[in-house]
Design a protein around this ligand. Structure first.
Ligand SMILES: Cc1cc2nc3c(=O)[nH]c(=O)nc-3n(C[C@H](O)[C@H](O)[C@H](O)COP(=O)(O)OP(=O)(O)OC[C@H]3O[C@@H](n4cnc5c(N)ncnc54)[C@H](O)[C@@H]3O)c2cc1C
Length: 221
């Protein structure tokens, strides 16, 4: 895929265009810093937006769920829109109008493909698992044939995508800068907490390093 995101009619920004990012690496950075996305699909003529996990391999996003999930079934027959959003801070301005948020977000449009090849299904599921809990795929019992049969795996190309990001202080009206009102950014940071052992856990088991030492979620380059 080209290093730049090529805008289509759907992915051309109309508002706050200066916040658009065209580097494909920025898209990857946003996807690789998140753990969940929102899958938007039209079900019976009505929009439905489902929070769900995802994984990325190259220029393909993998989604999964129960074979009975309506959102996934409908995603196979219709265009979908997937978003990943990171809220980085609340932008506090001198006027209420100019309050804003600092964020990084990506939107992907396309038609999902049902993954039927067993190797690709496993690779997609592994990518999903690694996004949510890096290291777990190799540390726990692998999926059984029955579990795999109950799982739908969809692939969505990252061909048609847009990225938008806001950083920095508020942009107030010139005449408002003299007002005696505090302005700035209240950053929002996401940290992993202390692992909480399952009460059923054998006391002899220590928290594995890949869980105890999990890296923080990333940011834009
Ligand atoms: C956490 C968060 C909170 C926000 N709160 C507000 C708010 O309260 N009010 C508000 O007006 N806006 C808010 N935004 C910005 C909002 O997401 C849209 O970018 C903005 O409203 C423009 O919408 P539009 O309908 O004019 O889209 P258009 O500019 O017409 O969208 C055209 C295309 O641009 C791309 N695009 C648009 N927005 C985004 C995006 N955020 N990320 C990636 N691609 C995008 C898509 O491909 C879309 O199809 C927020 C964004 C985030 C991440």
């Amino acid at each position: 895929m080209p290093a730049s995101l090529s805008p289509t009619a759907r992915t051309t920004l109309h508002r706050s265009k200066e916040r658009g990012r065209s580097a494909r690496d920025d898209l990857y950075a946003i996807l690789d810093s998140g753990v969940l996305c929102h899958l938007g699909v039209v079900v019976d003529g009505s929009p439905m937006v489902v929070p769900t996990g995802y994984g990325r391999i190259g220029d393909t996003l993998y989604l999964h769920g129960s074979t009975g999930a309506r959102s996934l079934r409908e995603a196979l027959d219709n265009d979908v829109c997937v978003t990943v959003t990171h809220l980085d801070g609340i932008v506090l301005a001198r006027s209420i109008f100019h309050h804003s948020v600092n964020y990084r977000s990506a939107m992907i449009y396309g038609r999902a493909r049902q993954v039927t090849d067993p190797d690709e299904r496993l690779a997609g599921l592994r990518a999903l698992s690694e996004r949510l809990a890096p290291g777990q795929w190799d540390a726990v019992r692998p999926p059984s044939r029955k579990e795999l049969a109950a799982t739908e795996v969809l692939a969505l190309s990252l061909d048609e995508a847009s990225v938008k990001a806001r950083q920095g202080p508020p942009g107030d009206e010139l005449e408002d800068y003299a007002l005696p009102i505090w302005a700035g950014v209240l950053p929002l940071r996401t940290f992993w907490g202390e692992p909480e052992p399952d009460p059923e856990l054998s006391e002899r088991l220590q928290v594995p390093a890949h869980i105890a030492n999990r890296s923080p979620l990333g940011s834009l380059p």
